[in-house]
Design a protein around this ligand. Sequence first.
Ligand SMILES: O=C(O)CCC(=O)C(=O)O
Length: 341
Amino acid sequence: MPSGPSFLTIATDCLAYFEARAAQESPAQAAFLQGADAARQWLALLQLASPDPFAAEALFAQMNAHRHFRSWSVRWHYLAEAMNTWREEEGLFSMEPIGTEADGGLKATYEQFGYVVVRQLFPPDEVAALKDEILKIVAEKGHHAGVFVGLAASSPVFAEAVRDPRLLDALEPLLGPDIEFLSDKVVYKSADLDYGSPWHQDWPYWKGAHKLSVWVALEAATKENGCLKLLPGSHKSLAEHDGTAKEGEGFGHRLAEDAVDETLALSLPCEPGDAVFFHDLTLHASHPNTSGQDRYAWIVTYRSAAEEDLTYEWSVAAAIVRGERRRAAAAVAVEEGASPE
Ligand SMILES: O=C(O)CCC(=O)C(=O)O
């Protein structure tokens, strides 16, 4: 058995740390308060059990894998966020955020949180090839802004990638057996294009039936280079999008700047090839890129081919990619010019 601090020691230290941080004013104060609350419960549970000594990493690996702990759901989120801040400050250990497949399967996690993270959906060499193809496409199109819509419509590589069985196998429990690809895009940031995408839900772009997007990291995405942020559970209602778009940044539908309490946001650092499947009402944004390094993400949108929906003039490469079309003929097209940005 590995040696190291005991469960009780770590939980006690953790609680002391959270309580100290929760007593200080900071943007993360609310998260630390919730983290302290979760740590108190964790400690109480551990005191009921009879803990053996474990190395810290082994402990967190075990807690991550343990349904009982993960079923604390939102509490787990605060604990994980606070623990990760601690790790960053002290160089200790890390925990998976909530919302990974290990939480209870793809469907249950997606339904509970409005997203599910699938680690390593694609291996690094394949994502590197996808990024190369994107560089080629945007260079050919002379595109310089941070969002380019229509990769599958522009390239056979992406036309094939949106049909990849690994993607479709993960989508099937979430959308059902009949799946239609709608559109895809790249959102890219660099030293020159460093903005953080603003808080928004995707549904106001397309309205109609709910859709699902898959955000695939094409290189390591970190808080420094602009990883995704989400509000777990926000997919249950529509938020008011009354923010003002800034010139050249896209995202015409956005929340007002102070509408989201950032201390409740979950950052989702990803390795190349990790994928975040998210509902079109899940509130999301991304960190600005302050690293001077690239941050490319490929985002693919799908819908169920069994549900009635609108037709969209921007979905020029739309296709049934699994199962068959079962819905009745489409109703009305959305207003001209709407795009899935
Ligand atoms: O990748 C990002 O920066 C955010 C992407 C996004 O919010 C979107 O495509 O709706």
